[in-house]
Design a protein around this ligand. Sequence first.
Ligand code: NCD
Length: 338
Amino acid sequence: MTPTDAKRPLQLNDQGQLRHFLSLDGLPRELLTEILDTADSFLEVGARAVKKVPLLRGKTVCNVFFENSTRTRTTFELAAQRLSADVITLNVSTSSTSKGETLTDTLRNLEAMAADMFVVRHADSGAAHFIAEHVCPEVAVINGGDGRHAHPTQGMLDMLTIRRHKGGFENLSVAIVGDILHSRVARSNMLALRTLGCPDIRVIAPKTLLPEGIEQYGVRVFTDMNEGMRDVDVVIMLRLQRERMQGGLLPSEGEFYKLYGLNTQRLELAKPDAIVMHPGPINRGVEIESAVADGAQSVILNQVTYGIAIRMAVLSMAMSGQTAQRQIDSESVSEEQQ
Ligand code: NCD
């Protein structure tokens, strides 16, 4: 595993604006901050009686979910609706066709519907990149989670949660705990925290749930949770991704909970005002105690609310980046013709 991603420029237009949103890898701090600032302004829209702005009026957003999802799918739908777009959601089964065929066929069908944006979730790492490379040039592609690779809108909604509760990233200790190996959320969070200047990023997990080369992300690794939790400001718990495990990685869930579950006593090792986060769905009694998940330090439901604002920010920014690129392209064509 390596944190460098050769496909980065695909996401940006000639002026460095967002055009697709596939991974946080290589995106500059200014762009991440712009996403957070834009999302902050959209949070106010969600609090209005009429929760709509006309930014994507006349545009069609198509959610293409090759993998199940509740939170991500519905918050993308709401985000697009609050921007006044027309929204359709396709739940595509991956069981019968091979990856290349499914993606290409689906793509052609969606293009035929004249969608302006695709939000893609897929069990295979790289699926959103594949679509962005093959789709017609005026369509923006947003990654809603691909395999173990990336979940950039989740990463950014986690950053918005931290910034709103802690004011910034410069003096923070953040611990990411649990099944790092299978987690696209962990990867996006490590990249975002590093780019935004967090000086102490810790990962806490058993050796069997840590990917090789994790140190390249600039994190400190702890296999002892009690050590890793000491004086942290933020704890990000991850779900045990049992559907991605091929046996043998864990002795048992009970053992995992004993060693890596977040309970009230362990939370006391963190700073007294530490916040507890989780991307959901949570497994109560597997990685987190109910008293902690529902407790005063938990911001798990705030994350869901912030997720709509982040998705509104990303959809609107990518759409305007696409429009700007089209303008640039048409100007260069007319210059050539002169
Ligand atoms: C995460 C995902 O799908 O990667 N969930 C989410 O998007 N809300 C994390 C998970 O499934 O554990």
